[in-house]
Write a protein that binds this ligand. Sequence first.
Ligand SMILES: NC(=O)c1ccc[n+]([C@@H]2O[C@H](COP(=O)([O-])OP(=O)(O)OC[C@H]3O[C@@H](n4cnc5c(N)ncnc54)[C@H](O)[C@@H]3O)[C@@H](O)[C@H]2O)c1
Length: 411
Amino acid sequence: MKGVSEFQTVCVMGLGYIGLPTASLLATKGFTVTGIDVSQKVVDTINKGEIHIVEPDLDILVKSAVHSGNLSASLEPVEADVFIIAVPTPFKDGGPDHISGKKPDLSYIEAATKKISPYVKPGNLVILESTSPVGTTDEVVAAILEQDGHAVGEDVYVAHCPERVLPGRILIELVENDRVVGGINESSTAVTVDFYERFVRGAVLATTAKTAEMVKLTENSSRDVQIAFANELSMICETETIDTWQVIELANRHPRVNILQPGPGVGGHCIAVDPWFIVDRSPKCSNLIRTAREVNDAKPEWVIERVKKCADKFKSPTIACLGLAFKADVDDLRESPAFDIVKKLQAEKIGELLICEPNLKSHDDFDLCTLDDAIKRADIVLLLVDHKSFKKCKASDLGEKVVIDTRGVIK
Ligand SMILES: NC(=O)c1ccc[n+]([C@@H]2O[C@H](COP(=O)([O-])OP(=O)(O)OC[C@H]3O[C@@H](n4cnc5c(N)ncnc54)[C@H](O)[C@@H]3O)[C@@H](O)[C@H]2O)c1
């Protein structure tokens, strides 16, 4: 059996926003890496040294990793010292009797684990990086390997190491962030800590698999609850005709208060998804987390109601919808409240919509227009995303137009 310092080959399951940067980074650090994806298109693109996702500097890293011969992609796993699972963990419909209707979908993790199982040998390390409900590393990954006859915990190590990178800074944060590592037993934890210490500059913090799973869900739920507070506050202030942003700015001058900024809801495939994993597993103890999710999920509807109220004042209003992405300066529309709001305004035919999303060249469902054009022609300016270019809009330039600024950027 090899010691961890002799680990040389890595097989990464899933070549998306997490798996591809991780595989390329490991390849440039001298590991021989095979990246596996279910998509032939993804595999072909990477084998050409090209990329299929948008992330700063990833094109250069992948190109050099592939050209060095240390990174290749394939549909089929290969034997390796280390297996890393970085596949999606969305939720699925939990049915009418489920507490929230949103059940974690672990089918991708199950499929990836079953796929690598025939290639796993004694002395190998299997790491689950996907964000997962508490218990998944043990009850899904280790259990599948055990059923297949592997001596899990004895000569096959299994651990969870959640990813905490920020899109747009993935390549920096992959190396610089502290990592939390939890094995299904002490030897699995120790081997996994040693592995990450070979390429991570941040601290590698050891714990158990269940704790590591809970840490990741806690991070995202904590953000969600804090944003829900800001979102609720913005609705209260609106009914009192008070400026929410001024309230927050002044309240934050208190030395122990730090309120986040409200918005049109919460999007992305992490913060808007992961808290449901806690609610699913601990429904009786998670009232606050569940309510925060509900507050954030209800905010888009509240914005739509405000737009309708303003639109009623016009015969046939023209509405500039500024932004579709789930957050500032990205092209990612996953779970985006801005996108949902625009879709709904379009479906309900609330006036003529002029949609501006500077991070997209085009969109299948919408004709996109420039910021200048949208603002020039609009009766109502609906700001949904705090993109850099939108921050240049000044109230004084908007004259008599009705402004609904869900992000507080128009000064
Ligand atoms: N993107 C982020 O910023 C981020 C941050 C932290 C954690 N995460 C977590 O990391 C995990 C992966 O997220 P992502 O953003 O990389 O997802 P993604 O959708 O960008 O990529 C996942 C890839 O896995 C592939 N795949 C699906 N099933 C597979 C299988 N059985 N075998 C091999 N490949 C398979 C898909 O084709 C896809 O290319 C999720 O659990 C996510 O919550 C993501």
